[in-house]
Design a protein. Structure first.
Length: 171
């Protein structure tokens, strides 16, 4: 492989890494937001408190780090056992991706085996984040039903929210 081909191969690998890392970060941010929302719903919100007070709680929760939210969820009994381990692992992987992945993975630009390993690790972070978002959604629905909200009402609200999201021009 000549120098030009080598530069092209490195650029293609870097592009693939950046795409996957960006997607994983997108999934992680969604998980962070879902975690904060679930924490507020199940630990902080009070029946009849109103939208303004609820929005204030959410705003405060969104300012916390993901680690703080995970630890608050654990302290409040929202996650334990295997689920707690999954959150701790994705938190650790998130911190690695944000803070150390480049330094730990520079060889991935020149070595196919290192590239494949990095790609797989980033893919796993994204997949686990998505999976945990689904777990949180199920927890929130179960909690809401147990709090006396009929499942049919939840489904109506969900459809309205999805309809609103899909009609937005800014996304």
């Amino acid at each position: 492989m000549d120098a030009s081909e080598d530069r092209v191969a490195k650029a293609e690998r870097l592009e693939a890494i950046c795409q996957r890392a960006g997607f994983a970060l997108w999934q992680l941010q969604s998980l962070e937001a879902s975690s904060a929302q679930t924490f507020v719903l199940m630990s902080k919100a009070k029946r009849g408190m109103g939208e303004k007070a609820g929005s204030k709680l959410l705003g405060s929760a969104f300012k916390n780090t993901f680690g703080k939210t995970v630890h608050s969820m654990r302290r409040n009994g929202l996650i334990s056992g295997g689920l707690e381990k999954r959150f701790e692992h994705v938190l650790s992987e998130r911190n690695w991706l944000v803070h150390r992945s480049r330094a730990d993975s520079e060889k991935a630009l020149v070595d196919q085996q290192a590239f494949d390993a990095l790609h797989a690790r980033i893919e796993e972070i994204a997949a686990e984040s998505h999976s945990l978002i689904k777990v949180l959604a199920d927890m929130a629905v179960d909690f809401t039903i147990k709090s006396g909200v009929p499942k049919e009402r939840i489904e109506i609200e969900e459809k309205e929210l999805l309809k609103k999201w899909h009609s937005r021009d800014d996304i």
